[in-house]
Design a protein around this ligand. Structure first.
Ligand code: ADP
Ligand code: MG
Length: 342
């Protein structure tokens, strides 16, 4: 494979190379790449800003993460945070630091993923920063979005009696990680061994190429549903539910049997002899939405099979609990895992 040293382009040559094909698609993107700062006009709407830092060896492992997927995911995890405010993402900035281990071809692959996500979600890349690093790959993405002031949804505004719901299915990304870590070990011990990932496409895809739930936010808009509180599920269901409880000063009841878990995730969990529910509660990186809703909205929810009611909010004195399939009641902890060892 061809290898072009980045030093042969220089910093400005590299930035030009990475950004030369950008065509701004949002009317709110007034000035994009090329000046001292981007200019954004949301025409009376409120602006949402969120940022994430990803460091090689801490947040991702290039042994099993294709650079194109990494570019896509770096963008998607930020868009997920914007959607979690019930806002529409409009712009991103992407900043990268890389050692001389990285060639121009490698950065091109990464940006292919970045631009694929921009295309899929309708956002403009309007800036960033480029630097060398002593070791490894460092990525920082900032996403900017817009919402009507009365449509923004925070974590702190759930009410007692509200339904607790989530989108999609949970626990898959964590099992995907377990598989890839296992195969990495096998590979490091005997590099000629072929990876044994057949049948685990679903969970590996959940980890390496997640999607943000744009469709759910569009469904809310279409059906005029306004969640009372919302956040995205990046650290495991139990930890996120406890955030909503704490910030809204409420308790809750969660039903294990209602937690959506894909058949592929379930089967994969059994291969590792771990409880699929524990993966949903304490695994991470699912990038689904967790939200609360006034119970009068229940009928509208049944129109979307991508949404599962999983419990309800209570007065704070009652605390946060999960009812297991066996009917037992446990206190919900951020380490749902330990409380749940069966
Ligand atoms: P400054 O010296 O003001 O930091 P730069 O020379 O770093 O400016 O950047 C020039 C322009 O290129 C700016 O518009 C900046 O936002 C953009 N830019 C720099 N690096 C990247 C990148 N990795 N991806 C996208 N845009 C970038
Ligand atoms: Mg700069």
């Amino acid at each position: 494979m061809e290898r072009t040293e980045i030093s042969s382009l220089g910093e400005f040559g590299l930035i030009h190379h990475l950004t030369k094909n950008i065509e701004l698609k949002n009317v709110s993107s007034i000035v994009g790449v090329g000046d001292d700062a981007a200019v954004i006009d949301h025409f009376g709407k409120q602006t949402v800003v969120t940022t994430d830092l990803l460091i090689e060896g801490v947040h991702f492992d290039l042994i099993y993460t294709p650079l194109k997927h990494l570019g896509y995911k770096s963008v998607v995890v930020n868009l997920s945070d914007v959607y979690a405010m019930n806002a529409i993402p409009t712009q991103i900035t992407v900043s990268i630091g890389f050692s001389n281990r990285f060639s121009l071809e490698a950065l091109d692959e990464f940006y292919e993923g970045v631009y694929a996500a921009c295309e899929a979600y309708g956002v403009d890349l309007v800036g960033g920063d480029t630097s060398s690093s002593q070791k490894g790959f460092i990525i920082s993405v900032t996403a900017i979005g817009e919402a009507e002031p009365d449509k923004l949804v925070k974590r702190s505004t759930a009410k007692p009696g509200d339904l607790l719901c989530c989108s999609g299915d949970l626990g898959g990304a964590y099992i995907g990680l377990l598989f890839l870590e296992r195969e990495k070990k096998v590979f490091l011990e005997s590099p000629q061994a072929l990876p044994d990932l057949e049948g685990e496409k679903y969970v590996i895809g959940r980890l390496l190429r997640p999607e943000a739930r744009k469709d759910i936010i569009e469904f809310f808009e279409e059906k005029q549903i306004l969640p009372t509180a919302m956040m995205d599920i990046s650290d495991g269901l139990s930890s996120e539910i406890l955030h909503i409880c704490k910030q809204s000063n409420l308790g809750c009841v969660l039903y294990e049997e209602k937690i959506p878990i894909a058949e592929d995730t379930r089967n994969a969990a059994y291969k590792f002899e771990i409880d699929p529910t524990a993966c949903a509660l304490s695994g991470g990186e699912d990038y689904e939405l967790l939200f609360t809703l006034h119970p009068s909205e229940y009928e509208k929810l049944t129109l979307n099979e991508q949404i599962s009611p999983i419990g309800y909010m209570t007065e704070p004195e009652l605390g946060a609990h999960i009812f297991t399939k066996g009917g037992a009641r446990h206190k919900l902890t951020a380490q749902g895992w330990n409380a749940f060892n069966r």
